[in-house]
Design a protein around this ligand. Structure first.
Ligand SMILES: Cc1cc2nc3c(=O)[nH]c(=O)nc-3n(C[C@H](O)[C@H](O)[C@H](O)COP(=O)(O)OP(=O)(O)OC[C@H]3O[C@@H](n4cnc5c(N)ncnc54)[C@H](O)[C@@H]3O)c2cc1C
Length: 148
């Protein structure tokens, strides 16, 4: 998703991935592979980012070898996953093993606390899903307050 976004502005986008295939959904993968600006470097990780005043390149390593390959580039965008900011509610409501809020139909384990969007366990991480959950959540809040 991030690579597609960056391809709107950059001449070339290199996706450096430590495995030999992506885990993203197939539709998203098809979009990525169809974009001529996006190139993949598989089984690799960044060992160094270098440059004087700004980024001039990166050094890449594979798991199989200590040899570095240099790739001249102008910028690095690190997208290695997301972390939910849920620490502040961890004493109040149930979270899953990765820290996402468990909230079936937006209802958390604590009555009166609701959750919607990317922060919810099992979220599709799409704007339309977050907005839909927001609408459902507002209905539940209304019901909760109306019953008090
Ligand atoms: C690069 C990129 C491209 C995307 N493209 C698409 C797309 O094409 N289509 C699509 O459907 N979805 C897309 N998404 C996903 C979409 O952006 C999210 O699913 C959606 O924004 C989730 O909405 P949300 O309200 O749950 O979370 P967010 O939009 O992340 O909003 C959460 C807000 O809470 C704030 N916040 C965090 N912690 C705290 C705190 N402790 N106190 C107060 N505020 C806090 C954050 O600053 C943020 O403003 C994209 C995401 C990314 C990163």
């Amino acid at each position: 998703m991030e690579a597609l976004f960056l391809a709107n502005f950059a001449q070339e986008v290199f996706v450096i991935h430590r495995r030999e295939k992506l885990k993203a959904d197939v539709v998203m993968q098809e979009k990525l592979f169809a974009n001529e600006k996006i190139k993949f470097i598989w089984n690799s990780g960044i060992s160094r980012i270098f440059g004087t005043k700004s980024v001039e390149g990166i050094a890449l390593k594979t798991a199989a070898s200590d040899d570095e390959t240099i790739l001249p580039i102008n910028g690095v965008f690190i997208a290695v996953g997301t972390l939910p900011e849920t620490e502040f509610v961890s004493d109040l409501i149930d979270l899953d093993a990765e820290g996402y809020i468990i909230a079936p139909e937006t209802k958390t384990s604590c009555k009166g606390i609701f959750a919607a969007g990317d922060v919810v366990s099992g979220s599709l991480k799409q704007a339309i899903f977050a907005a839909g959950q927001g609408a459902l959540m507002s209905r539940h809040i209304e019901e909760y307050l109306g019953a008090r």
